[in-house]
Design a protein. Structure first.
Length: 303
């Protein structure tokens, strides 16, 4: 049981997590349970407390017997920019938030924390926002609108690129996965040069900082990036040093360089939280090494 500073019992807060089976969702649930929160799992799989599909028909009866103080929404579609993929992204990430608002109403929940993306910033890659970034922005706006109507609280943490120790992140961060794969196997890595740095945040830090947003009752949209900026070549140097299996890093000047993008600063957010990311890239790579999970990283080839 949670207790207040004076030792008296405190009511356990209840958090519903949409996308609890995802890399970020599962880490959020793990950390929240350690802190004494009660979790309602929400997702498409039948084992969840509430079976819920962002693009399906919402059934209020599925929430019978459940209520929540806060809802965390960290489920998304990462489809492509072709007509089919764009339709999936907008149906899931934007219109799907109308289902989220209906779910919140059924749970008598007025507060929402959203896992947004830095790609939603107009100047992240000027003139080249993809359907993922735009659809996430529209979903963010829908949730803000809906929570405001009922006098609730909404916050969006626009997350940078997330990676983990187990290798689940490789689907969305293929070049990070490839660097770990080659370094851990002692293979020569041929890669493009970089036109600017990249920003990666370990999922443990991402979840911890999102929970901090709940604790301080944060509202509004905030960027959440690591304080450390490294280009892919620098990350490769750290990986090859950590695994020490041999192999070389070969920058191929004939390849198109990694494009330049602009990451916002999270200084104001960290000052508000009184905390910042705890895991550096060197430490994150060491965690992968010591966990023995490097074989799960890849792919070996990236187009």
């Amino acid at each position: 049981m949670c207790r207040l500073a004076d030792g008296s019992p405190a009511r356990v807060k209840i958090v519903a997590i949409i996308g609890i089976d995802s890399m970020l969702g599962s880490e959020l649930a793990r950390q929240l349970r350690i802190k004494g929160y009660s979790i309602i799992s929400v997702g498409r799989a039948s084992h969840n407390d509430i079976v819920f599909d962002l693009t399906g028909t919402f059934v209020p009866a599925s929430c019978k017997g459940f209520r929540a103080d806060t809802l965390i929404h960290c489920a998304s579609s990462f489809d492509g920019d072709d007509p089919v993929g764009s339709r999936v992204n907008f149906s899931t990430n934007a219109l799907g938030c109308l289902n989220v608002l209906s779910l919140m109403q059924a749970l008598t929940c007025k507060n929402c924390c959203y896992a947004g993306t830095v790609i939603s910033y107009d100047d992240f890659e000027p003139g080249r926002m993809n359907s993922y970034g735009l659809s996430k922005t529209q979903g963010e706006q829908i949730l803000h609108w809906g929570t405001n109507k009922v006098g609730g609280r909404f916050c969006s943490l626009r997350l940078t690129h997330i990676y983990d120790t187990a290798g689940d992140s490789c689907k969305h961060q293929p070049w990070f996965g490839r660097i770990v794969a080659y370094a851990s196997r002692g293979m020569d890595l041929r890669m493009p040069d970089s036109d600017g740095s990249r920003n990666y945040l370990h999922v443990t830090d991402a979840a911890g900082l999102m929970i901090r947003a709940l604790e301080v009752e944060l509202s509004g949209c905030w960027p959440l990036c690591h304080t450390e900026h490294l280009d892919h070549a620098a990350i490769a140097v750290l990986a090859y040093s950590e695994f020490a299996r041999g192999g070389e890093i070969l920058l191929d000047k004939k390849k198109i360089p990694f494009r330049k993008v602009n990451y916002p600063t999270s200084k104001a957010l960290f000052e508000r939280f009184g905390m910042a990311p705890a895991i550096s890239m060197a430490q994150g790579l060491a965690m992968i090494h010591h966990a023995g999970t490097a074989p799960s990283f890849g792919p070996i080839d990236v187009q």
